[in-house]
Ligand binder design. Structure first.
Ligand code: NCD
Length: 305
């Protein structure tokens, strides 16, 4: 696998073997010590949209490996506010750093940036499209929890239309033969183009509207937030807001062993009464952002082979 200098834009750019290798490297990184290996390297974090976990875990990963970070966490303090094009911003920043992590509201922005930059660009979310590094840390968490990525029955619940994390995750899981159940209100179903891509690779999935319609227990329920900021019509948002809340009684249909994941932030889709249970693995999932992003940075910057 050649990762040196490579951009990470979409999970579809990674065949199954590469995904497996990255998950394995992340678990090796988690078990090891990496201080100092990225000394003198600079990471630029360009966040045109809000973030807590993705930006801070990338920055923490970089610093823990001896590197430095520069960047902005608010588009209003960048020259985008003055009307600069994204291409010009990237053409400039590429000369200031060794890698760029970017989050942007426009689908395809990361691909464009990767074509303009002379350093690797890592997509930290482009609109409702993709969030590949979230998927890598989700898979690391699944591998850690189950000891495998294959033969799992995984439900994805909530906003499957605008949620970029589930678009990336569903594609990756389909390579491992997962049985997937997409659970959403009719207006927030997995988009047609994503379903087409899943069908092309022979993905095994079904669509339902509520967990009460489940015919079998799940290994994982991956819960997502309704992506309020992506609705064109606020009334449409209000119709689906609060559609789902997972609480203890949900495990009667999910199965007592079902693990609950969430990319976070959570609003009201998971009751806090679950937080201390063995079912809840979402905070460990968030913490796996560090070794996963250390591994990805190490790979694209050439200190991990
Ligand atoms: C997600 C995102 O930004 O897409 N957050 C994250 O990176 N963990 C999920 C969300 O915002 O709902």
């Amino acid at each position: 696998m050649e990762m040196l200098g490579r951009s990470i834009v979409s999970i579809r750019d990674f065949p199954k073997e590469e995904i497996q290798t990255i998950v394995q490297k992340s678990l090796e990184v988690k078990a090891g010590k990496w201080s100092g290996v990225l000394k003198d390297k600079v990471l630029a974090t360009l966040f045109f949209e809000p973030s807590t976990r993705t930006r801070l875990s990338f920055e923490s990963a970089m610093v823990s490996m001896g590197g430095q970070t520069i960047g902005f966490a608010d588009a209003n303090v960048s020259s985008a506010k003055k009307g600069e094009s994204l291409a010009d911003t990237i053409r400039t920043v590429t000369g200031y750093c060794d890698a760029i992590v970017m989050r942007h509201p426009v689908e395809g922005a990361a691909r464009l940036a990767s074509e303009v930059a002379t350093v690797p660009v890592i997509n930290a979310g482009d609109g409702a499209n993709q969030h590949p590094t979230q998927t890598f840390l989700d898979l690391v968490t699944i591998q850690e929890e189950f000891g495998r990525l294959s033969n799992l029955r995984i439900g994805m619940l909530g906003d499957l239309k605008y949620g970029r994390t589930v678009h990336s995750l569903a594609k990756a899981l389909s390579l491992f033969g997962a049985q997937q159940v997409f659970i959403s209100p009719p207006s927030l179903r997995m988009p047609g183009y994503t379903q087409e891509q899943l069908k092309q690779v022979g993905a095994d999935y079904e669509e339902i509207e509520d967990i009460s319609e489940l015919t079998q227990e799940l290994d994982v329920l991956y819960v997502t937030r309704i992506q309020k900021e992506r609705f064109a019509d606020f009334q449409e948002y209000e119709r689906v807001a609060g559609a789902y809340t997972i609480n203890r009684s949900a495990f009667e249909v999910l199965g007592e062993k079902c693990r609950v994941m969430h990319p976070l932030p959570r609003v009201d889709e998971i009751s806090t009464e679950l937080d201390e249970t063995e079912n809840a693995i979402y905070f460990r999932q968030a913490h796996n952002g560090i070794p996963t992003r250390q591994a990805l940075l190490g790979l694209v910057l050439g200190v991990i082979q």
